[in-house]
Design a protein around this ligand. Structure first.
Ligand code: HEM
Length: 419
């Protein structure tokens, strides 16, 4: 590697600055006047990098590994322990293949159809005022369970509401106050117990020909030695499909913000829906904050933006900052519905590093989100129904999206009145 300068900037203690939220890392870069910054976080030194070139290096397994990089408090709520996010190398590839094998074009059509039907049923029942957030949570949970082979027909609406709420709670409790965090740990335990009983049942009563259905795929999945995955790990992986799909609730509420907090985006999308739908969705994923950053350890000295990241450094890749990087994205603070027009075929393609709301790199070999196609289908179904199928009035409400909470969405949770 070429000789590169040591990072010269002073170390900033950010323990007291966490409420700066999604903007914290960009503020640190601004204060330091440098693209690479170093901070003290959770009693450890961390180097923060951002941008397309940094992402490319971050995803290269010769440079960075994930093992041990994610803080325990995130594993105990958001991800669960021993899941695919924590693996590296061959173990990761074997486990990730189980996820990617579920995402065939036929199974994506199935998901689209199930979600479209479930959302239509729910919207037809809505009369008057409702929160888009609440509708999305219920519909997304029911649909992903059906798609995954999980039968909810024997459950009461209250039980379903609780399970759906646990999925959101696992996310919102990852980085927050201690009380909410403890609640999130409890809710993960309850969810894991539910998922474990499903895996056990599927192992006791296997169904032939269901290899492409998540519940059965994880029930019969094996580890590196060819042994069935321990039940708790199989359950964590099943939840790695259910939880993030329910997390799309957040993007649906943000879609509500894009469409209904101002008139122009809705009007253009309504007028040119077929041409603009995928560009709108891609711009939504880029523009709004969701997953803020990802951690890893440098496995060798790495050069990023002219700075030396020494081997063994704890490093975070700033996802939000990369999606708003002026070096590669023109006027990143403006929501441009046509930004990705003509680039649709690049949406969700292998080796993405510029728009990395769901991570980057290659799907199979790297840690890039396994759920990008589910996400795209979900956002397509919701945008179609919200713009073309139903009509709404928009009551006065608080559309503010606080940038100091994770995940974030409009304070009002997007209230609409069905006409
Ligand atoms: C990984 C974001 C939806 C399953 C990730 C990562 C991010 C992310 C940032 C980490 C990438 C990395 O570590 O490099 C999102 C967002 C979503 C979403 C913002 C929309 C709300 C989904 C859905 C699924 C899913 C619908 C359903 C299958 C996963 C899995 C991983 C992952 C299994 C781990 C991949 C690995 O470690 O190899 N996602 N995701 N996600 N996502 Fe998603």
């Amino acid at each position: 590697m070429e000789k590169v300068p040591e990072i010269k900037i002073k170390l900033t203690d950010v323990t007291e600055r966490l409420d700066e939220g999604y903007l914290l890392l960009s503020k640190l870069r601004e204060e330091a006047g440098a693209p690479v910054v170093k901070a003290r976080l959770l009693n450890k030194e961390v180097i923060a990098v951002y941008g397309k070139d940094a992402a490319k290096k971050f995803y290269d397994p010769r440079n960075f590994k994930r093992e041990g990089a994610m803080p325990k408090l995130v594993l105990k709520t958001l991800f669960g322990e021993d899941g695919v996010q924590t693996l590296d190398g061959k173990s990761h590839e074997k486990r990730k293949t189980i996820f990617m094998d579920l995402m065939t074009p036929k199974r994506m059509e199935d998901y689209h159809r199930i979600l479209d039907r479930t959302l239509t049923k729910r919207m037809d029942q809505e009369h008057g005022e409702f929160q888009l957030f609440d509708v999305a949570k219920d519909v997304l949970f029911r649909s992903i369970c059906e798609w995954s082979g999980i039968d909810l027909t024997q459950m009461s609406q209250t039980e379903i509401d609780h399970l759906a709420e646990y999925q959101i709670s696992m996310i919102s409790s990852a980085v927050t106050n201690p009380k909410t965090h403890v609640k999130g740990i409890e809710n993960r335990k309850k969810s894991e117990k539910w998922a474990q009983s499903l895996i056990e049942e599927a192992r006791t009563h296997p169904v032939a020909g269901k290899e492409e259905v998540a519940l059965y795929a994880f029930a019969s999945a094996t580890d590196d030695e060819g042994e069935l995955l321990p039940i708790d790990v199989a359950a964590v992986e099943l939840l790695n499909v259910i939880r993030p799909t329910v997390a799309l609730t957040v993007w649906i509420a943000l879609m509500g913000h894009a469409l209904f907090s101002r008139p122009d985006i809705y009007q253009r999308l309504h007028a040119e829906f077929d041409q603009l739908q995928d560009s709108f969705i891609q711009e939504m994923r880029r523009y709004y904050p969701f997953f803020p950053m990802l951690p890893a350890f440098a496995v060798q000295d790495v050069e990023i933006d002219g700075y030396l990241i020494p081997k063994d450094s704890w490093v975070v890749l700033d996802l939000y900052g990369t999606n708003h990087d002026e070096r590669t994205i023109e006027t990143p603070e403006v929501f441009r519905i046509s930004r990705y027009l003509g680039k649709e075929k690049h949406i969700s393609y292998d080796e993405e590093y510029e728009m990395i709301a769901q991570g980057g790199g290659k799907f199979e070999a790297m840690h890039r989100c396994a759920g990008e196609w589910i996400t795209l289908h979900a956002l397509r179904v919701f945008s179609d129904q919200l713009v073309n199928k139903y009509q709404f009035t928009v009551p006065e409400q608080d559309w503010e999206i606080p940038l100091n909470q994770f995940p974030t969405f409009p304070k009002s949770k997007a209230v609409l009145v069905k006409k």
